[in-house]
Design a protein around this ligand. Sequence first.
Ligand code: CAA
Length: 374
Amino acid sequence: MNFALSQDQIEAREWARAFAKEVIAPSAFLHSREKIKPSLLEEISKKGFMTLLVPETLGGLALDAVSFALVMKEISKACGSVGVTVAVTNMIADVLVREGSSFQHQKYLADLVSGRSLTASFCLTENSAGSDAKALKTSAKKNISGYQISGEKIFVTNGAFSGFFLVMARTSDEAVSAFLVERGAPGLQLGKEEDKMGLTGSSTIRLSLENVQVKPEQLVGKEGDGFKIAMRALDGGRISVSAQALGIAEAALEAGIRYAKERQAFGKSLSDFQAIQWKLADSATSLSAAELLMLRAATLKSEKKDFTQEASQAKLFSTEAACKVCEEMIQIHGGYGYTKDYPVEKYFRDVRVTTLYEGTSEIQRLVIARNLLR
Ligand code: CAA
């Protein structure tokens, strides 16, 4: 494996870094109190950030998976809430490129490219189907006009902003299928925002579907393909979550280094104490190791090789490492780290969910172990 980034990959990272610093970072701390403004999402969409992996022929920026991960890291470093919003939208765009029909490309993908739909949402989880995603109960009953979908989805990222939703529903006792459901469809109700610990600028809602009629053209892939479509989407999504965690933790590490140099105690700078230096050294080392795992998974995805195990390893290691780094940076800040006057408080809250969403650390271990034992 070649560890050097290509010129294109470096340029993609620099482009995202400059945009994130100039456009996203200024409102990052506002997102502890309010949702991301649609005007910010419009600006992000206009630059092509919502369809990064989409081929140019379909209006996207055609980045490879490594560039995509690097871009996701830069955006999340500026603001975790924006990071997850962009990541999930790209995950749906990637599903549409891979599995969508030409009708779906021309309608739904084009809506993301043009910004008519600012974001898109992935609707798998239900009240009694979280880690055990296959236990989902939402049903799609075939009728003369297509399918009628009924059920309840929870933890729908981007719900408030999305023009359409990728909904996994049961078409028989054994089969799950994937459908594109449009915002405003009769019978579709958007629920209230979850009151979350972190990533408070991003939207997370419940979705209730009561006899929502969809046409046959809104079925993604073939009937019964839905679970595999969702699992393949999550394989890619897990590389994004690794990138999100790394971005947030890198911001925390930089804040920790700044504070350690500024703060005086016992007549010297905190950074002169070996106890502090070791925290910084261990944090930087674990983030570097995590980034290599992320780049390995992304490289395999780019090369169209199997990357399920590697994506789970990258997510597991990066998110656990990132949580630990954010906690250590609070420790370096002492009591101040527990206040909203310092950014590490936000990083700690934002990073925590990365070991939970798109598969908990326990589910990543299960996926990795199953691959080892196959
Ligand atoms: N790619 C393609 N196909 C896959 C796959 C993958 N990565 N993983 C599984 N499959 C296929 C299997 O081959 C199997 O196919 P067959 O029926 O043809 O044999 C089928 O899917 C079922 O697989 P399993 O028998 O392994 O299913 P399982 O129920 O035992 O376990 C699981 C699956 C790994 C535990 C899975 O349920 C899982 O990943 N759970 C976590 C769910 C998750 O990550 N949820 C996050 C939701 S999204 C979110 O967080 C918020 C957001 O907005 C993004």
